[in-house]
Ligand binder design. Structure first.
Ligand SMILES: O=C(O)[C@H](CS(=O)(=O)O)OP(=O)(O)O
Ligand SMILES: [Mg+2]
Length: 230
């Protein structure tokens, strides 16, 4: 498998297969939303779009990063979302990095959104579909966020090699700037367990695939088929 690791500003052309990585916290939050019963997540271009989508669709809820904001029902925190009842709900999500990265590759033939919590399931999708060229979008800090790069590199190795040890990759993520900011209260809308939840390797058995539906980019969980194991 040929791999590239690019920041959002480096995405000059549409990749065929993209794995968009945001460990802290967008796609950890997305995975928790599905675990709590959400049917789908609509990735919004802006906070205004998120609120407009919510207004047009009774029953939909809106989530964004930062502090609690008028009109939004939730913040981008796995620790705060993990006790929510989202059964059957549609969640509209807008964040600084993760959702922007996914929308940047919306024309790709396969878009997976990932963090450590769905790492093995994501790698399994790449294996079973025999993807030979994969672009990993390192969403944070213009492609420099080490929690995202570490997760992307781990998934790439898991997709191709046996016996990849996660510990070193998780250590890097735990020592990243984002982890420090979450722990130190620099970021807003934070629960004390957020960093630990973002590093909870393979917490969920599903991968997350984003597709276009009625001109929206929609993320849904998918169970990888039982292809080649590692
Ligand atoms: O909520 C997050 O952790 C970040 C936003 S910020 O870096 O705290 O401003 O969003 P994400 O897109 O999940 O990295
Ligand atoms: Mg991030």
């Amino acid at each position: 498998m040929e791999t590239r690791f690019l920041g959002i500003p480096e995405l000059a052309e549409t990749p065929s297969v993209a794995v968009v990585v945001d460990v802290m916290r967008a796609f950890t939050v997305a995975a928790w939303a599905f675990a709590r019963g959400a049917e789908k997540i609509v990735l919004a271009e802006s906070p205004e779009d998120a609120l407009a989508l919510k207004a047009r669709h009774p029953g939909w809820m809106a989530l964004k990063d930062g502090p609690p904001a008028p009109g939004f029902d939730a913040v981008n925190s796995p620790g705060l979302l993990r006790s929510a009842d989202l059964a059957g709900r549609t969640v509209v999500q807008k964040t600084t990095a993760g959702t922007v990265g996914a929308l940047a590759v919306r024309e790709a033939s396969l878009v997976l959104c990932a963090g450590f919590v769905v790492a093995e399931a994501t790698a399994r999708v790449l294996r079973t579909r025999a993807c030979d060229r994969v672009t990993f979008v390192v969403t944070g800090e213009g492609g420099q966020a080490d929690e995202d790069l570490a997760c992307a590199q781990y998934i790439a190795l898991r997709a191709t090699e046996t016996g990849t040890e996660a510990a070193g990759f998780l250590k890097r993520a735990g020592e990243s700037r984002a982890a420090a900011e979450l722990a130190d209260g620099v970021r807003q809308g934070v629960h004390p367990d957020d960093v630990a939840l973002c590093l909870d390797l393979d917490r969920f058995p599903f991968a997350m695939v984003a597709t276009s539906e009625d001109s929206l980019m929609v993320l849904r969980p998918t169970m990888p088929s039982a292809g080649p194991g590692r």
